[in-house]
Ligand binder design. Structure first.
Ligand SMILES: O=C([O-])CC(=O)C(=O)O
Ligand SMILES: [Mg+2]
Length: 228
């Protein structure tokens, strides 16, 4: 009988390296604007170093405070995988630290996102592998399970499917389902062009601000006369 809640799946649907790499250098905010502000992890998930994150999701559903399945994931994941952990947002016990991350870095894993706590934050700040998490704690994890690997999970308020494309930078993390990736890329590039033109007009003083008053009027805002 299947052991629901304590199962390990292989990851079989990684997007192509070319598709993943097409997002290199594209700011997360521009992708977020290109996808109508959806599929952006909430701001509880923040970077613990300044290394940009790009890869495809290898998911872990951990029992809160327990990293047995995450330990299995760092042995199973392949170069370019981003290990995304649903720790239920629980911050009492760190699920990940310097030793596990160093092991994963040596295996060319692309990075970590933990909806839970990490520890060894001062060391992680100096590392060259990106690490995002919801918090830190000096308290270590339990290592008993249960949990699952490569199932749909929740992380930072977004549903993550194994194989989703993950992009992170100083603003946070956005998630792209691989079937949407070509159109999302096109839209993010269009946002970059629009912002470039906008920045030029800001710098040369021609930025058209008329939309602000138009919108205020449309929404019924009252402009109060100043009293003498
Ligand atoms: O003890 C643990 O499981 C996590 C940790 O701090 C490390 O990997 O350095
Ligand atoms: Mg440690």
């Amino acid at each position: 009988m299947t052991n629901v809640g304590f199962r390990i799946n292989q990851l079989t649907n990684r997007p192509s390296k070319e598709l993943i790499q097409s997002f290199a250098g594209i700011p997360a905010a521009n992708i977020g604007d290109g996808i109508n502000r959806t599929f952006c992890m909430n701001s509880r998930i923040r970077p613990y170093n300044r290394v940009p994150l790009l890869g495809s999701a290898f998911t872990v559903k951990a029992r809160a405070g327990d990293n047995l399945l995450l330990n299995k994931a760092i042995d199973m994941a392949e170069p370019g995988d981003v290990i995304v952990v649903d720790g239920g947002g629980e911050l009492s016990n760190a699920l990940l630290g310097e030793m596990m991350i160093t092991w994963a870095n040596n295996r060319n894993i692309a990075g970590f996102i933990v909806d839970g706590a990490i520890r060894d934050a001062d060391d992680i700040a100096e590392m060259t592998i990106p690490v995002y998490a919801a918090g830190v704690s000096p308290a270590g994890p339990y290592k008993d399970g249960p949990g699952e690997i490569n199932v749909p999970i929740s992380c930072g308020g977004v549903t993550i499917h194994p194989g989703d494309i993950i992009v992170g930078d100083g603003d946070g993390v956005v998630v792209i389902q691989s079937e949407d990736a070509p159109v999302v890329l096109e839209k993010a590039k269009a946002v970059i062009q629009t912002e470039k033109a906008m920045m030029e007009s800001i710098q040369n003083g021609t930025w058209n601000r008329s939309w602000v008053d138009e919108k205020l009027k449309e929404k019924g805002c009252e402009f109060v006369e100043s009293k003498k």
